[in-house]
Design a protein around this ligand. Structure first.
Ligand code: FES
Length: 582
């Protein structure tokens, strides 16, 4: 390769190091300066002349779900170089579920903005997005969708399962199960500490079908990962090989101009919704899909999702809806096994990051083999999709329930409301022996929506009041405008829209009101007359929360409701892009 002059091609080629030059008013000087600085790190002109692949590195000591990021970055770099590109890793915000106050969702949009702006600001012809923990993959897909260049997702992969007194355990369905047993007095503090050592047996994301696993499967269904990219556990050779392949593919995408808009089309989102339903995926997946689609100028239609749900069976036998863990799904063939079963329901013409369609990738994966993790469509775990969309005077903008994780006996239920005005109120009273509550009541929690808490925390999984838990009650109907961890289970109605903090009907529910839930009719009704509700609204008008400064000010001004993905209004695409997504 001939050695180019530092000034060559500055103005006529917008690729590689010549992309997005810093503004000094003299493009040739900008390139000259950029090369001078990067050469301080020892690069040659030959290296700098290659297509540049940015690698968004979200490794952080605060994020054990991304604890394998160093090995993944190394493998992606190897893949990029094998394919003739120049890898350049860069840091962005990293968000872990347990290390983000008030809640990780509050920071998702900030991470998406960081990702988008760093992709725009720095010269790169394609980007590899390394994410895994719940909010990171949606944040990266949102940011990359807005940035618009070729992009490919690499998830960190699931953690291994542990073992407690002969029982296999994994985060975080078993975290909740053991905590509930501790609350009910079934295990003591010593055993609680013992199991705490075993729930997260390695680095990597939660080992059940929580939000991280859901988003990994959705990313593959969207066509945004290498085939088979969703399921390899974090610490396996398969995960490292996928990383190498991802790096190599990023170079080909850059060369072929396979921009993200050619992959994130309406057909891709339809496939993602099918997969979300068929895996019994996290309800958070709906919010994230709506946000990613919004970045492409598309809407996720909740009623269409519900219609799809009626004809899409749950096939994946993973906790919390089923028995197995992500490492079992991987051994069972991963997404290829699932997609093969779902094939009649999929849009096979959807393009993927490989430059081939989803249908072509399913064919290339070859025939299946005997396994017991993905059921055949003829013998589903659950006959309908995992998630149902509810409407009614309590949720005019919709609410959802993960029916596959709910108690069948409570799906048609009418009960007396026991109301908590906020998370603080809940914490104060839920375990009181004085609480006026019986097993047939409906627990209602207000002010945990997008603006309410703020950030729509995963507090919708309202604990069973201690006195009922001790009496053996395992499930009750619970309703809130918040979210629930994908690893949780129960008859829990979530995402009530509009939220109480902006004056939705939920704000005016009172103790003793009757509430009716009918999953069969997709109904969520407050059995209180309209004029009485109007009277309550006039008597106690809601004051929306505000903030004086900083990110919280932007958040409270711009965050949209759950049905719009809780994205900021100014980040949605104003029109459908012309890349085929429309
Ligand atoms: Fe990171 Fe569950 S806490 S994936």
């Amino acid at each position: 390769m001939s050695k180019p002059t530092p000034q060559s091609g500055a103005a006529d080629e917008a690729s590689g190091m010549r992309k997005g030059l810093t503004s000094y008013g003299d493009a040739d000087f900008s390139l000259f300066l950029r090369k001078a600085f990067i050469k301080g790190a020892g690069y040659t002109d030959a290296a700098l002349d290659r297509p540049v692949v940015g690698i968004a590195n979200t490794g952080s000591a605060y994020n054990p779900c991304h604890g394998n990021a160093p090995q993944l970055v190394e493998a992606v770099k190897r893949g990029v170089m094998l394919a003739g590109g120049l890898p350049m890793d860069f840091p962005t915000i990293s968000v872990h579920e347990s290390f983000a106050a008030p809640t990780s969702m509050y920071l998702r949009n900030l991470m998406s903005m960081d990702t988008e702006e760093m992709i725009r600001a720095q010269p790169m012809d394609a980007v590899v997005l390394i994410g895994g923990c719940d909010k990171t993959v949606p944040a990266q897909l949102m940011g990359a969708a807005s940035a618009g260049i070729p992009a490919i997702q690499l998830v960190t992969g699931a953690m291994l399962t542990g073992s407690h007194r002969g029982e296999r355990v994994g985060a975080c369905t078993d975290c909740r199960r053991y905590w509930a047993r501790y609350r009910a007095g079934e295990i003591d503090a010593d055993e609680s500490a013992e199991v705490n050592d075993q729930l997260v047996a390695s680095v990597g994301t939660c080992s059940v079908m929580g939000t991280a696993s859901t988003m990994a499967c959705i990313a593959e269904a969207l066509g945004m990962t290498m085939p088979g990219g969703a399921s390899p556990p974090a610490v396996t050779a398969d995960r490292i090989r996928i990383a190498e392949e991802t790096g190599a593919q990023a170079v080909r995408m850059a060369r072929d101009g396979l921009v993200i808009g050619k992959v994130l089309t309406p057909a891709a989102f339809e496939n993602a919704m099918r997969v979300l339903l068929a895996i019994g995926g996290s309800t958070n997946g709906i919010v994230h899909l709506a946000a990613i689609a919004g970045r492409m100028g598309l809407d996720i239609d909740l009623d269409a999702l519900d219609r799809m749900g009626r004809e899409t069976p749950v096939l994946l036998d993973l906790k919390p809806s089923g028995r197995h863990y992500m490492e079992d799904f991987h051994r069972a063939g991963g997404m290829a096994t699932l997609l093969r079963e779902l094939k009649p329901l999929l849009r096979l013409d959807a393009m993927t990051v490989t430059g081939r369609t989803l249908g072509e990738e399913i064919e290339r994966a070859g025939p299946g083999f005997a396994q017991d993790v993905v059921r055949p469509a003829s013998r589903p775990i659950y006959p309908q999709g995992g998630i149902a969309v509810l409407r009614g005077n309590l949720a005019p903008g919709g609410a959802i329930i993960k029916q596959s994780a709910a108690d069948a006996a409570l799906m048609e239920h009418e009960g007396r409301a026991v109301v908590f005005e906020s998370i603080e109120d809940l914490a104060l009273r839920i375990d009181s022996d004085e609480l006026d509550v019986t097993r047939g009541d409906v627990l209602v929690l207000k002010n945990i929506g997008p603006k309410g808490a703020p950030g729509m925390p995963e507090a919708g999984y309202i604990p069973i009041p201690r006195k009922l838990a001790r009496a053996g009650v395992k499930d009750m109907v619970r309703i809130s405008d918040g979210r629930m961890s994908g690893t949780a289970f129960g008859t829990v109605v979530l995402h009530v829209t509009p939220e109480s903090a902006i004056g939705g009907p939920l704000a005016h529910v009172r103790n003793g009101d009757r509430i009716r839930l009918s999953v069969a009719k997709r109904e969520l009704s407050l059995l209180v007359a309209d004029d009485e509700l109007a009277r309550r609204a006039n008597a106690s008008p809601v004051v929306e929360p505000t903030a004086e400064r900083g990110y919280r000010k932007i958040f409270l001004q711009a965050v949209m409701q759950a049905d719009k993905g809780m994205d900021f209004d100014f980040l949605r695409a104003t029109k459908k892009p012309s890349t085929g997504a429309g």
